[in-house]
Design a protein around this ligand. Sequence first.
Ligand code: 5RP
Length: 260
Amino acid sequence: MAGELSPIDKAKFVAAKRAADLVEDGMQVGLGTGSTAAWLVRHLGERVRDSGLRIKGVPTSTRTAQLAHEAGIEVISLDEAKILNMTIDGADEFDGNLNLIKGGGGALLQEKIVAAASEDVVIIADAAKEVGTLGAFPLPIEVIQFGWTTTQMLVEELLVSTDVMGRKTTLRMNGDKPFVTDEGNFILDLHLSRIGNARQLAMALNQMPGVVENGLFIDLCDRVIIGYADGRVETRDIHEGTVSEAHINLVESDNLFSDL
Ligand code: 5RP
């Protein structure tokens, strides 16, 4: 069964498995959104069902909430949890300082709030997500629907005086209609190619009235776990400055594949 997964899915699978093993009994855990985070939820569900792990999960989207319910994880709101022991989420890009672009799945607002409420933020990713400089992946920003075209125009004006390579912005679509986030907002994708100063751009974007939040996660990630298709996983800790390696046996994980 494991053999039927694509190399990229195997990489996501093992990164998620390694992260799920970090979760301890009694923890309140933020559950990310996206295909890598979906593997995490399945791994955690397996530990809940088979090993009696007791955790409370705070999902970062309605999609993840549904998946967590299906996996048998107790779901609570962030208001109930208030502070989380750990959040595990995917990313669209990460750089050498573990700064991120997130929001490819449209859940950046809840993801950022949940990450900010967490004592330990662990990002799980395949190696293709690592970049020297952020920006090849279009930067998502969440904007309120009211006056969104004006907001788009003002964002484009801001980009003229910003250290970026591209300046095109597009409204994210869902078929022939705008994509609407869980919070009822729109997403603008900024095609910047290269972001010279991500910290500065993140602050400037959030000062604009129609912008609710941007997908740059600066100084939020504590560790990144990078998965490879052959089962290798590498963990980088930004505070300790350490890199450690482990190996996940894909064959032993066949239970989970057959549940899908
Ligand atoms: C959702 C996200 C995801 O974490 C990001 O898009 C990565 O997704 P995937 O794991 O499917 O590659 O930020 O808003």
